[in-house]
Ligand binder design. Sequence first.
Ligand code: NCD
Ligand code: ZN
Length: 351
Amino acid sequence: MNTHTTRLTLTRPDDWHLHLRDGAALRSVLPDTARRFARAIIMPNLRPPVVTTAQAADYRARILTALPDALTGQFEPLMTLYLTDTTTPDEITRARESGIVQAIKLYPAGATTHSDAGVTDMTRCGAALAQMEKLDLPLLVHGEVTDPTVDIFDREKIFIDRVLIPLQQRFPGLRIVFEHITTREAVEFVQSSPGRIAATITPHHLMLNRNALFAGGLRPHHYCLPVLKREVHRQALIQAATSGHARFFLGTDSAPHPVSGKESACGCAGIYSAHAAIEFYAEVFEQAGKLDRLEAFASVHGADFYGLPRNTTTISLIRQNWPLPQQLAFGEETLIPLGAGQEAHWKLVED
Ligand code: NCD
Ligand code: ZN
């Protein structure tokens, strides 16, 4: 592909990390993802969290019901369970046998939005982790320590030494996805680890560094967890995503919150990117001169790592400037999406 590419056709991509919420909010955001992606790994951090296979099956049914008619049959939600101190090996077995649960999510308690039910101590969930290792059910980790004495910009780097390395030593066969990585240290860790650990990378961590949080004033819509990092880290993420390395793949972490939750004295963490997710990635890959590597990152590496079939349909993008929306409906409220009011340079061809 050269710099004059004007149309890009890709195997339909998958989003390996997505927050869809529930109810009216779910109905508002789901079409944005389903128009672009064939499948998505659905985060279980609802209130209350999705902790059993039965709850995951119900949530999956609500997602499928929320799909508009035009998109029915085009999108498959891949469910996850929320790991807690009390998750049993039997629940892991049920999850694996269900065929609808593809992974288990570890949130260190208190690390992020709706994570208060998360794991308080890794020694508490040993039996569940051993069963996941045995049945080859992947563990997805929110990779930040929650120790309040650790500087927020160091929480991912320190998680590697304090939690991830001991976890790998204890369960060498466990398949792990280090979610939404944000640092050079995380990139290097995944590159230098043996084959059972991969990482997802978000569009916002590829597009923005931490200056975006304070550009001319406090920018709550750029606040997410893990928090945006320095430019050197953004560069390391771009390098990793566009390198062709099979253990880096697309995961938007699109995490919608109403304006009222973001523009607050204590604003929620989360950036909404589903309205133009693949378009954002295309722009990053193009700027890096690596548009030819987008398909592997977006449509191949994730499926291969999860041991799922690659998609057989395609999507097309054309090079065209279009204004990103200033705001979007979100249930009864509104949300401010990534890039609000700016221009996107790639556009999805709707068929
Ligand atoms: C996510 C959310 O809002 O659910 N927020 C975020 O900033 N990414 C939670 C998460 O994935 O950490
Ligand atoms: Zn997330």
